[in-house]
Design a protein around this ligand. Structure first.
Ligand SMILES: Cc1ncc(COP(=O)(O)O)c(C=O)c1O
Length: 455
């Protein structure tokens, strides 16, 4: 039996956590210390079991135990635990995975570069866009457009794309050349009487205006998640993507689609791009690529982009980019096995089947006095907590309603994520069964009730 006090104390004293209030962590120590998992359940060191309603960080698609993935990792570690992919060196698993993924992409892709985290393919794509544009004689094409509430990662460039003010504050970020559009949260930001279609047309007009004001010849790309995840599972409203893509086409803007969360079944489609009819020019994926059993990500793009980039080879020599662990053989072996499992279990069929009770159950929560809105797709739902359901007025931030619902859910056995101000992101592992969904929804209602009673 672990000495939990001392573990928590050691963590409190020495471990710096990302996306965590440093002061609170120093005062209180870890909010949970998890050391076991099975199926959709996680277990803390003090023996509490919780349903994971957030899939770790939107990544544990196959839950917390999978013998096939563990065996694939062990077999690869025994055979070849590491091999570089620099200097043109390769190994069988990464070559096999490369060919398989480009064929699977929502829109056929031709080339792929592996990375480790989800931030890195987005960051690399920014560099590659600049690299390609210089090769094409368009060095002025450097501006990147993305949306508030978007989450593209934490590296200096990827975080500049991200539309999360707390990730810019005190870092002196974002860098220049990073422009933002409104988040398409229809529920909160529609005007009185405005339909979803009208709202979407307004969002697209904002995009068009920004491109015109900036100068289309200076735009390198528009980056977007098919459905914003870090913003709190924000389902794009009706007509949003057709209207946005009309602007993309009008100006010939490079469209990079971030599938880090949406990819591999989250929406009930292989890719978020498929779910919403997107036509990406390039795409990034990570997380469920290895079912979170290994940190691995990928950036995919098309032949014309590759050919443009290659022009630099004659003048510069090597492509000056890459990470030691890019295309790691253990990650590649796990990813190949995860893809086999997804196909054999008919992951997409399963997500579609259980998404009905999941989404129905989430929508039923709208009868609760705290819940203003609940909408999603697949196993991906955003739940908005409001003070006044008629006016959509939000609670004062200091009341921390979202955080309190999250904490109450934890206390009753459901791990969830609240996203400030008061949005709950609900995205369980893709293997979840209907009975587990029912249990999770029951706990969420208990949590909502307990916070409502406190108010
Ligand atoms: C949509 C999206 N893109 C990129 C990232 C960055 O991934 P990572 O944290 O692995 O760098 C995340 C992380 O949650 C994400 O949600």
């Amino acid at each position: 039996m672990a000495n939990t006090d001392s573990l928590q104390e050691r963590d409190r004293q020495h471990h710096v956590h990302g996306q965590t209030n440093m002061r609170l962590h120093q005062q209180q120590g870890p909010s949970a210390m998890v050391n076991e998992g099975h199926g959709v359940y996680i277990k803390t060191v003090d023996g509490r079991e919780l349903i994971d309603g957030f899939s770790g960080l939107g990544c544990t698609s196959l839950g917390y135990h999978n013998e096939r993935l563990a065996n694939a990792a062990k077999a690869q570690m025994d055979l070849l635990p590491f091999a570089p992919t620099f200097y043109g060196r390769s190994h069988p698993k990464v070559a096999e995975l490369a060919a398989r993924l480009v064929k699977m992409a929502a829109v056929p892709m031709d080339h792929i570069m592996f990375q480790c985290s989800g931030s890195e393919p987005n960051d690399a794509m920014i560099k590659f866009l600049w690299y390609r544009n210089i090769a094409r004689g368009e060095p002025q094409r450097r501006k990147l457009i993305s949306r508030w509430k978007g989450y593209y990662g934490n590296t200096v460039a990827a975080v500049s794309l991200s539309g999360q003010p707390h990730m810019h504050a005190r870092f002196g970020l974002p860098m220049d050349d990073f422009l933002k559009l409104s988040t398409p949260n229809y529920y909160h930001f529609h005007q009185d009487g405005e339909t979803e279609l009208e709202f979407s047309a307004r969002m697209a007009a904002e995009f068009d205006d920004l491109v015109q004001a900036t100068g289309p010849e200076s735009i390198a790309a528009f980056f977007a998640e098919p459905m914003q995840s870090g913003g709190g599972a924000i389902l794009p409203p009706e007509g949003y993507w057709p209207a946005m893509q009309a602007v993309i086409q009008k100006y010939g803007i490079h469209f990079h689609v971030d599938e880090v969360v949406c990819g591999f079944g989250r929406t009930g489609y292989w890719w978020g791009a498929e779910a919403f009819g997107l036509q990406p020019d390039s795409t990034s994926c990570a997380k469920a690529l290895t079912a979170a059993f290994f940190p691995m990500s990928a950036l995919m793009f098309k032949e014309d982009f590759y050919q443009d980039m290659m022009q630099n080879s004659d003048e510069v020599g090597v492509l000056g980019h890459g990470f030691t662990y890019s295309g790691h053989p253990v990650g590649a072996a796990i990813a190949l096995e995860a893809l086999n499992i997804y196909q054999e279990m008919d992951l997409i069929g399963h997500v579609r089947e259980v998404s009905e009770p999941f989404l129905d159950g989430c929508r039923t929560l709208m009868d609760h006095p705290l819940v203003g809105d609940a909408r999603g797709i697949g196993l991906f739902c955003g739940i908005e907590l409001v003070k006044d359901k008629k006016t959509r007025e939000q609670f004062a931030p200091e009341l921390k309603i979202g955080q309190r619902v999250q904490d109450a859910a934890h206390a009753h056995g459901l791990y969830l994520r609240s996203i400030p101000p008061d949005r709950i992101s609900f995205m369980p592992p893709l293997i979840i069964e209907k009975s587990e969904i029912d249990e999770a929804l029951k706990i969420l209602r208990i949590a909502l009730d307990s916070v409502w009673q406190e108010l």
